[in-house]
Design a protein around this ligand. Sequence first.
Ligand code: A3P
Length: 320
Amino acid sequence: KYLEEDNLSEEGKKFLSNLPKEKGWLGSYAYNYQGFWVPQKFLQAVIAFQQQFQAQDSDIILVTTPKSGTTWLKSLLFALVNRVKHPTFEPNHPLLVENPHVLVPFLEHTLYFDGRTVDISTFTSPRLLATHVPFSSLPKSIQVSKTKLVYLCRNPRDTFISMWHFTNNLLLDQKDTDSIEEMFNLFCKGVSLYGPFWNHVLDYWKQSIEKPNKILFLMYEEIKKKPKIQLKRLAEFLECPFSIEEENSGVVDDILKMCSFENLSNLEVNRNEKFSTGEAYKVFFRRGEIGDWKNYFTIEMSDKLNHIIEEKFQGSGLKF
Ligand code: A3P
């Protein structure tokens, strides 16, 4: 455990001193590790995940850019995969009494947090897991196994606004909030949680085109606009398509209703409970809308990010 924030060992100090660092979004610093920016508090966990995790062919791993709607997709995945065992809206359905992040845990933020050793080989199959780690830094066993990856991203403008609110919320009791200007400049430089944003998205996008059976590429806006189509796409990708009977009896609609922002954000568990580490579940539910960035961006910010987006995504087939 040589990368903990306090009492760093000489070995830990040496390791960190060789990595580029910038102001962190979650206090302290962010370190550039293998080309992406990791908050100091999660670096040890990312390394433990890379070293210890053994993928199984039946695993389903949700990969997201932070603040792209991970909580939502975790709930959709859980409801979809467990729809026989847990019919939608059954009393005490796990999603009605537990937060989606507990049901579909993050590999680095939860399971390997602090670099601990965990035995997840006994989790019931298929294991539903999540990560923010970029494609090229995933443990090799994920890349070579039949593990399915579901990727989610979101318009970078809304992602930025959501990230700024979220990190300020988490920092509230520790210090003053970070200004939007400062964080915007960092985001544009690529310094965001697991950023650069564009590298993260483009790498998974390219992989999803090369290996369409391995990686499904989803966008928050598309799920918002055509939820039924996207949920059915997800079910087909995971080889558990909805039957005609299920569609006719309203299972698709029920899953979407149960996982809606409206329903999840108003549940007692998500309004009042928190992680054992102290973060309240309610910080994962803010507005859940498309285009909130327009309420915050100046014309200069808009021009600057437009320019970067154009340059980075040019020729990729992706439009934001
Ligand atoms: P906003 O901050 O724009 O409201 P993540 O889950 O990756 O941390 O992303 C959080 C974002 O997803 C927040 O966006 C949050 O409000 C939104 N969100 C959470 N649950 C949602 C749901 N069920 N449907 C749509 N958006 C949701």
